[in-house]
Design a protein around this ligand. Structure first.
Ligand code: AR6
Length: 169
């Protein structure tokens, strides 16, 4: 399994699955969620609505899977990061669960290559350095059979620099 770091737009990644930093309603939103729904088209929201009707949304730390619609990827794994409320409300465990449950779902769906955004580090306000450490540690500690490449896609310079520092330590 190799870990790759890139700076760029997750909607453009040629991977089996891109992960979305969604919210528990699965109805779309701003940030990376908005970009994924715009790039993938309405097939994604249709499948999200089916999931909502079946299970009533997606709790924090869990993950669900849909088509990637018009994007180069095949699947979107939607996971819901925690809103940062000071760090003593289970945020580290919940953020780790986002990465873990996304990887589990990827392995179950025979996904070989997966791209992650920097979950919770935008609107949800998670401190970027702590979030990067959790993301990298969780991925390294959870090697699933069949997953060949994990790509961290950083959109902003600050995240890219942090990931680069941690991954080259
Ligand atoms: N590709 C990769 N990363 C991106 C892109 C992109 N196209 N656009 C933004 N980012 P955020 P959150 C980065 O706010 O904090 C939504 O409204 C961005 O630089 O998208 O988990 C949802 O519906 C940041 O580092 O997600 C939820 O309500 C990272 O993506 C809420 O925001 C995450 O920022 C989730 O908040």
């Amino acid at each position: 399994m190799k870990i790759i770091l890139v700076k760029g737009d997750i909607t453009k990644q040629q991977v089996d699955a891109v992960v979305n930093a969604a919210n528990s309603t699965l109805q779309g939103g701003g940030g990376v969620d908005g970009a994924i729904h715009r790039a993938g088209g309405k097939a994604i929201i249709e499948e999200c609505l089916e999931i909502r009707n079946r299970q009533g949304g997606c709790p924090t730390g869990e993950a669900v899977i849909t088509t990637a619609g018009n994007m180069p990827a095949v699947f979107v794994i939607h996971t819901v990061g925690p809103v940062y409320e000071g760090g003593h409300h289970g945020e580290p465990e919940k953020l780790a669960n986002c990465y873990l449950n996304s990887l589990k779902l990827a392995a179950e769906n025979k996904i070989k290559t997966i791209a992650f955004p920097n979950i919770s580090t935008g609107v949800y306000g998670y401190p970027k350095k702590e979030a990067a450490q959790i993301a990298i540690t969780t991925v390294k500690n959870n090697l699933f059979k069949g997953i060949e490449e994990i790509r961290f896609v950083c959109f902003d310079d600050e995240n890219y620099t942090l990931y680069n520092e941690i991954l080259t330590q």
